[in-house]
Write a protein that binds this ligand. Sequence first.
Ligand code: CU
Ligand code: CU
Length: 495
Amino acid sequence: MFRPSRFVLFTLILIALGLAACRPAAASAPTPTAPAAVADIAAHPGSGDEVAFTLVTGFAEGRMVFIGQGGAIDGRVNPDLHVPQGAHVTLTLVNGDGALHNLYIDELGVHSADLAGQGNRTEVTFVADRPGTFAYYCAIPGHRQAGMEGKLIITGSSAPAAENPSRQAAAPALATPQVAPADPQAVDIVRDPTDLPAPLPPRDPQKVVVNLETTEVSGRLADGTTYRYWTFNGKVPGPFLRVRVGDTVEVHLKNRADSLMAHSVDFHAVTGPGGGAVATQTQPGGETMFTFKALNPGLYVYHCATPMVAEHIANGMYGLILVEPEGGLPPVDREFYVMQGELYTAQPFGTSGHLSEDVNKLLAEQPEYFVFNGASLGLTSDAHQMHARVGETIRIFFGVGGPNFTSSFHVIGEIFDRVYDQASLTSAPLTNVQTTLVPPGGAAMVEFKVEVPGRYILVDHALSRLQRGLAGYLIVEGEPNPEIFSATPAAGGGH
Ligand code: CU
Ligand code: CU
């Protein structure tokens, strides 16, 4: 279940995602390399010296980091903090970016309070009672892996290190994951699959304003199980956006004031740095804006691209934008909006209560839940199952937020008449397809006519995932069609 967090994995991924250029540091421009720095307050070896450092949280080199403030560490990213053994050390943490942070040094029993709110500060003091090199880091899930880690180096005196039993006792125990009670205030975060705009009327390209608000909300993951989701506009996936090729899209991103994290948006439909992520790193209570021209028709994923990106996506921050080709899409009777994702909870699949995230499982790509539209079996409920009538043609806009798993998308009992593979809307569709591959950060548009009444189940044909919450129902009503299908229903059912 729970494994010790000893990850030394850093965020090459994030840099690869094109974030290297994102957001300047909150403090002065950092020096890329951080050679050994000494405390700014003179520290002569020996007991009782006072040493102080100030670290400001911020972004640098595309990562979340600590930036030294004052003295020899000024402007340095994740500076080495050198102190003599026996010194009384004060570390001041300043919140430079508005997201929630803290400062931990496990071996020394140092745990600051969690610090929210840009400009706020907190302090920890401790005695550097033994020589060695110790990691200081932010223990907010994902932040250490996103880059918030540095070294405290205690230089030994010749005298033997004084044992400090109380410090030892204060060192954190590796706890088994606790489960809080389910949050009674949790809301339904499932985006209804019918919640999408109608096809655009024929028109010339124009300016379109898109308003996104990022929120962190307690949502229902399953019956009796809740989870803290991060969303665009309160639902998973985010709103289905619909523009036409040639439109100029003005994106406004607001991060609600009660958020603990910075958020942003990267549209795969954008031609430009970071898909917009560079322009939209938005602190709690903040608002950012950028415009882009929709040059290429297609069905595109958008997602939050704030470090650690995989964490923001896993927690629900993804959606689809359709850029209709010239002349629009062929008419169909019904359109649905479905996205697949994974959730990495500390507690095993099926646990009741308010579950917490597990960044180690995320990095190991070991999800507990697979979800359509955010919740376990979310699209099988009466509230969110899909409905159609015999004889109608269905279109599903299907995307994978992920962050990690490719979907083998399949509808049990149906054949896709047309698959717009890789969501290419300008290529001829594949015809008569049973299962189609959709990668993370990718999409497909599938169409099929329903001829026989009954219940059809949307799945990823990697069917172990069905056991982890991944299913949706399409209920087809109408007259039986025995010429096409005739059977006496057996007990059970299934594939
Ligand atoms: Cu942090
Ligand atoms: Cu985010």
